[in-house]
Ligand binder design. Structure first.
Ligand code: ADP
Ligand code: ZN
Length: 811
């Protein structure tokens, strides 16, 4: 026993439900530099595992049983203290494990691999009959770990190997590797003045021409240094000049990431009056110690981005840093471009399409303070910023801010938490703020700042509602109403552009037999197959598991040739336009046309530069794209979103309609939006048509309050999945029962266990329990305990459980 400090570490071990730190001994030498947030390697059970130092704590007596840390990977922490407390907060808020929390915060590129390799002791002490074995020679060549030996030579080798280790014929050596290395580049710097460089060059002209060339290049280098390209100047050339004391090599960490088309630096526009007022209010809020959260409610095209940029400038002037969250980086190339044009290289970009190396380098640039502005999707909210002054969440209403796997965090909530801890300002911007955001202002937690007019000083687009029931009556069987056809043709003839919106990809939604009424289902999922067009004709595809089967006219049940496609998708619209107007140039933007890296950006570029007349798209086109030449927006079917079985269907409908309508008339063209619908009287559609956010909010708020739905309570959704239906159902019922027994019935209402919206996906049955409560902290303990209990049991049975706290959708 001895007095001292022990390190609590979080051991990385996928598949294990280990939600607590473990103690490890540290040497006096390690104590000098070891800090929380560093990566280490520790012995764990019979293995070695990578881990992260969670906390150091002093104890009166360090038990002999505590094992030492074997290796420290970092010289300085890669996670800040604030990020570690954020991990703890994530565990509490979203009922996840510490491992999951750290996994969300730290990019996978920082994973360390640690293992014990076997190394042969190559001296006379080893008898020849050992040396001559195949196993010995293999170990000498491979330096394997124990698991690899077992794999190659079977279980009996274990005994042999252990014996050799005891006899010290073999020893173990720790091998620690990072998945991705820090990238560096070599720079050449002069050690003498330019005159001397030139003089030395002259001396070498004849006997060492390459050296002379390098010395001259260095003397003339604009930055006073050169990036060493090894193909131009070989190692021998550089080394001999280093030996002569004329230059030195400096290794610098660089970022592998580059934003490929940096915009030309732009001068900021003169703010409109509305923008000026909004900015003043934001500045007041920042100075006041009251509202540090602002909901920036600006109509589409009101110039919210410009407001963000001004607020960012203010923040940078105060020497503080900024996080900007956007729904999806890939969908907002224009936004990132604008930021580069304004702020240049001080920007770091974090998003899922970066390679692990790029991600790692951007992270280090932020951690080391080489970048001040982080732009990224959801996970960028965890960026290792040390001096946070402002968080911006653009298009705050977008569902993509909620993570769909553990931890089920809402990036908006995390943003507010980080801002609150840092005393920083938060701006949540949208043309269609979520009920959650507006409710915050009602309860005094945020302040609304509005931008009621467009930056181009033009009116919002006129919106016409077309009742599609009348079209049927007048025998128009086309996808487009007479009005929409007329305006599409007019717009293209004017040389302007059209955006057509339909929130359904593929050719048709489903195949239905007109004789017996059966539809074609996926064999693995409880959902009908979607029709897609391919070069070879039509195919049927499952949108959940990817299952495909050929298209058939004949029904598989009644064998009548009566199959027909129902429910239009984006592919069908494209086909219809080609048939009606063969000369129109059409682009389609949906999941299917944007799968390849860079393809989405190409579509945006092409449309922006007028290389197409019509852009057809799903909700992807509703996320802040800015095309100045768009005159007409057509919503092909507004009702598809209303019928989704989700308490937010009205809200999503209103938001999507408002956002797509907002793509029209953004520059010097008057905009027009035509919405086709079978339910023109629905309040979500009415409000979107009149640009009447207040009316929509009033109605929807009333319904939510009446039926006790968010934001008037919070929902958590528990889902159990298993290949056996009764096990999935059993787990959900167990969870329900457990909570009825343990939880405070006044604080928590537990809905009965039921099959999920889609009962089976990829042959996994899914059952769920919905929880309603007002304050998570009142129910956190009982819910978390019940969840762990059921989950551990389910894991043993080969199934899975998930708990989505503060769920944005049900099932
Ligand atoms: P929002 O995000 O609010 O929909 P944007 O920020 O995309 O709007 O701005 C809409 C358009 O107006 C952009 O093309 C932008 O460059 C332009 N804009 C913004 N502010 C001004 C201004 N003060 N003067 C002129 N144009 C502006
Ligand atoms: Zn399927």
């Amino acid at each position: 026993m001895s007095d001292g400090t022990v390190a609590q570490v979080i051991v990385e071990s996928p598949g294990l439900f280990m939600d607590k730190p473990f103690d490890y001994r540290i040497t006096p030498e390690q104590l000098r530099f070891l800090r929380p947030g560093m990566r280490v390697v520790v012995p764990f059970r019979k293995d070695v595992k990578p881990a992260i130092v969670w906390r150091l704590h002093h104890v009166d007596a360090v038990s002999e049983k505590i094992r030492p840390i074997i290796s420290v990977v970092d010289e300085s922490p890669i996670l800040t203290e604030e990020q570690l407390s954020l991990a703890q907060w994530l565990c509490d808020r979203y009922a996840c494990t510490i491992q999951d929390a750290l996994g969300a915060i730290l990019p996978g590129a920082f994973r360390v691999r640690g293992r014990m390799r076997m190394v042969v002791v190559d001296d006379d002490s080893v008898p020849d009959d050992v040396r001559s074995t195949r196993l010995w020679q293999w170990i000498a060549a491979q330096r394997p770990d124990e698991a690899q030996v077992m794999q190659a030579f079977g279980d009996k080798a274990r005994h042999q190997v252990r014996g050799w280790m005891d006899a010290v014929y073999l020893r173990q050596e720790l091998d620690v590797r990072e998945r991705v290395q820090q990238a560096t580049k070599s720079f050449l710097l002069p050690c003498v003045g330019p005159d001397e460089l030139l003089a030395e060059a002259a001396v070498r002209d004849r006997r060492a021409a390459k050296q002379a060339e390098l010395l001259r290049a260095l003397a003339e280098a604009e930055q006073g240094e050169l990036l060493w390209s090894r193909s131009t100047y070989p190692g021998s050339t550089v080394q001999s000049l280093v030996r002569d004391g004329l230059l030195r090599i400096e290794e610098r960490t660089i970022s592998r990431f580059t934003w490929d088309d940096k915009a030309i630096p732009s001068t900021p526009p003169v703010l409109t009056e509305a923008q000026e007022r909004a900015l003043q209010q934001i500045r007041l809020s920042r100075r006041a110690n009251g509202h540090k959260t602002v909901v920036l409610h600006g109509v589409t095209g009101s110039g919210k981005t410009e407001i963000y940029m001004r607020a960012i400038e203010d923040t940078l002037e105060q020497g503080m840093q900024v996080i900007v969250l956007v729904p999806e980086i890939a969908l907002t190339p224009q936004m990132v471009g604008r930021f580069y044009a304004r702020f240049g290289e001080r920007i770091a970009v974090l998003h899922s399409a970066l390679t692990p190396g790029e991600r790692r380098d951007e992270w280090m640039r932020i951690l080391e303070g080489r970048a001040d502005i982080v732009i990224g999707a959801r996970s960028a909210v965890f960026a290792p910023i040390q001096n946070l002054g402002l968080v911006v969440v653009d298009e705050e209403h977008e569902p993509s801010y909620k993570q769909d796997e553990s931890p089920h965090y809402d990036a908006r909530e995390v943003a507010l938490e980080r801002a609150a801890n840092a005393g920083a300002m938060a701006i949540l911007g949208s043309a269609t703020p979520s009920l959650w955001a507006i409710r915050m202002s009602e309860t005094g937690r945020a302040k609304i700042v509005s931008l009621p007019t467009r930056a181009n000083r033009k009116a919002l687009p006129t919106v016409e509602l077309i009742d599609m029931r009348n079209e049927l009556r007048s025998r128009n069987k086309s996808l487009f109403s007479a009005r929409l056809q007329e305006e599409m043709a007019r717009t293209v003839e004017m040389g302007k552009q059209v955006v057509l919106f339909l929130n359904r990809r593929g050719y048709a939604n489903s195949m239905l037999c007109r004789a017996c009424g059966e539809s074609v289902h996926c064999p693995n999922c409880d959902i009908s197959l979607t029709v897609h067009k391919s070069a070879a004709g039509h195919v049927l595809i499952c949108h959940y598991c990817g299952f495909q089967q050929p298209y058939q006219d004949v029904c598989g049940f009644c064998h009548e040739p009566a199959m027909r496609a129902f429910g239009i998708g984006t592919e069908q619209i494209e086909e219809a336009i080609h048939r009606m107007w063969p000369s129109y140039r059409v682009l389609r933007m949906d999941v299917d046309t944007t799968r390849k890296k860079g393809s989405l950006k190409r579509i945006v570029d092409d449309f922006e530069h007028g290389r197409a007349d019509i852009l057809i798209g799903t909700q992807m086109i509703a996320k802040g794209l800015d095309f100045p030449n768009v005159r007409l927006v057509g919503v092909v079917a507004a009702d598809t979103m209303l019928s989704v079985p989700d308490y937010r269907a009205h809200e999503r409908t209103f938001q999507l309609l408002t956002q797509v309508a907002g793509r029209a008339g953004r520059a010097d063209t008057e905009g027009l939006t035509i919405i086709q619908t079978y339910r023109p009287e629905h309040f979500s559609i009415q409000a979107a048509a009149k640009h009447d956010f207040a009316a929509f909010y009033r109605e929807e708020r009333e319904q939510r309050e009446f039926f006790a739905y968010p934001p008037f309570c919070e929902l958590a959704v528990f889902v159990a999945t298993h290949t056996e239906e009764k096990l999935a159902k059993g787990a959900a019922m167990r969870f329900e029962r457990e909570l009825r027994r343990t939880a405070d019935g006044n604080a928590l209402s537990v809905l009965p266990a039921v099959p999920s919206g889609i009962r089976r996906i990829e042959n996994q049955y899914r059952f769920q329990v919905v929880l309603k409560y007002e304050h998570w902290q009142d129910v956190q303990q009982s819910v978390t305990a019940a969840y762990r209990l059921v989950k551990e049991r389910m894991n043993r049975l080969g199934g899975t459980c998930r708990l989505d706290v503060n769920a944005q959708r049900i099932g």
